[in-house]
Ligand binder design. Structure first.
Ligand code: C5P
Length: 431
């Protein structure tokens, strides 16, 4: 009931807006959501504009034309005093409940793990224009923000359409575009000792199964795929890997070209991230709204991979500082928009010990961009990085985010206090 009332109020408000400006976040969920809302309003001939931003905080405040009709997506709930009269479609923890905020938490949905802003945007889009191909990006945003799979509840609305196909198989990254040898080498969550990060072992494993290593997972025949799944599970089970986490549901966008990142929802989310994090968010929006920008996006993806790999090199050489409850990585070269991704890779590939969260720092204007990453196992132990970031930055910076992935901005003078507070908070969370 609350859901219906809230949805109708927000939808009615959106219909009334003249000359709307969609302000969205630059990550995969933000660009998916921004694209969904843009295309929906285009369909209604409302001629929206889109403004992707890195974060809604003091550093971006002056760039926003506050006197216009704004629709914030994937951000805004943390700043009710600024966004009170505007439309906000968000899944981050809200502080208040202004009239046109469509926030997962207010609707009784856990916004961290059960729905993304793209899922909420699609529900609004469906209300305005009915089911559409935007169901694809709705799921892409969910994958980008690590919504729990199999999707449940309102996150399943896009799955009712022909634009998303639900498949069962290996949950590792790169099923559509990576040679299987590489997909196995980078298999990280869960980690398979003897396969993950072991290039030659991966080749041998595939050779023994008589599977061509250069094929992609999706280009294998049904028999080959079953043979590979079974052998890998057997191999992993012997080494104590929680094999139930290796297989599961994932999502394909059948209308997208075969062999392109846009066909697998997980890979599509990386493509969007590459656009947003390398200062071309409009290309990401174009991918979502169906413009001819794929080649442009691919170029950004190549740059993205190169920079992540350099970031990982820096982390390997420099190492981390061991704090009581977390690993601290202070980067000299990684861009503030990438440091969180590098931290996540370091943890999932076990370059750093996965039993502690990682906090990574990158120098930003007059302060530090902080990114924290955890694992599902750490959540089970009580760790909540989003709450920790918010609490540690109280009065000295700005922080927040999700339980497994969160960030903050902390001015130079306060960083020491912030890092000490984090130690105390993590200790309390796990005690
Ligand atoms: O920037 P980073 O990738 O580390 O952010 C991880 C998550 O934390 C993102 O979902 C981001 O929106 C959120 N975040 C936040 N408040 C901040 C910084 C990050 O909600 N001040």
């Amino acid at each position: 009931m609350v859901f219906r009332v809230s949805l109708e109020r927000v939808v009615k408000r959106i219909r009334e807006l003249e000359d709307p400006l969609v302000v969205c976040h630059i990550d995969a969920d933000g660009l998916s959501s921004g694209g969904i809302v843009k295309k929906t309003l285009d369909t209604l001939d409302m001629k929206p504009e889109v403004m992707p931003i890195r974060q809604l905080d003091q550093t971006t405040y002056d760039d926003i034309p506050w006197d216009r009709n704004l629709i914030f997506v994937d951000l805004g709930s943390g700043k009710p005093e600024w966004t009170r009269s505007h439309v906000v479609i968000d899944h981050h923890q809200p502080i208040q409940k202004p009239p046109y905020h469509f926030n997962a938490h207010d609707l009784g949905i856990n916004g961290s793990r059960e729905i993304s802003a793209s899922g909420l945007s699609y529900i609004i889009s469906k209300e305005l224009i009915g089911h559409s191909e935007l169901a694809g990006p709705a799921v892409v945003g969910a994958m980008g923000d690590r919504v729990k799979v199999p999707l449940k509840g309102y996150s399943k609305v896009p799955l009712e359409t022909k634009w998303v196909k639900t498949v069962k198989g290996l949950r590792y990254y790169g099923r559509e575009t990576r040679p299987i040898s590489l997909m196995l080498q980078y298999a990280s969550d869960p980690f398979i000792p003897g396969i993950s990060s072991e290039r030659s072992q991966c080749y041998k494993f595939l050779q023994d199964l008589k599977i061509e290593h250069s094929k992609t997972y999706h280009s294998l025949s049904k028999d080959e795929r079953t043979k590979l799944n079974d052998a890998l599970i057997k191999f992993a089970a012997k080494r104590g890997v929680p094999v139930h986490k290796m297989m599961g549901e994932y999502y394909i966008l059948p209308a997208m070209p075969k062999g392109s990142e846009m066909r697998d929802a997980n890979e599509f989310s990386t493509l969007l991230n590459a656009c947003g994090r390398h200062d071309r968010p409009e290309i990401g929006i174009g991918l979502v709204t169906g413009e001819n920008v794929y080649e442009e996006a691919k170029k950004l993806l190549r740059i993205h991979r190169r920079l992540l790999s350099r970031g990982m090199d820096e982390l390997r050489v420099k190492g981390t500082e061991e704090r009581k409850t977390y690993h601290l990585f202070i980067s000299d070269t990684i861009k503030p928009t990438l440091v969180g991704i590098v931290a996540g890779i370091a943890l999932s590939s076990r370059v750093v010990d996965h039993r502690k969260p990682i906090i990574a720092l990158s120098k930003d204007k007059e302060g530090w961009k902080v990114s924290g990453r955890g694992t599902l196992e750490l959540l089970d132990k009580g760790i909540n990085i989003g709450l920790a970031m918010r609490e540690a930055s109280k009065g000295i910076g700005e922080g927040g985010g999700h339980d497994v992935a969160a960030g903050a901005f902390v001015p130079d003078d306060h960083i020491k206090v912030f890092l000490n507070r984090l130690d105390l908070i993590f200790r309390r969370q796990t005690s």
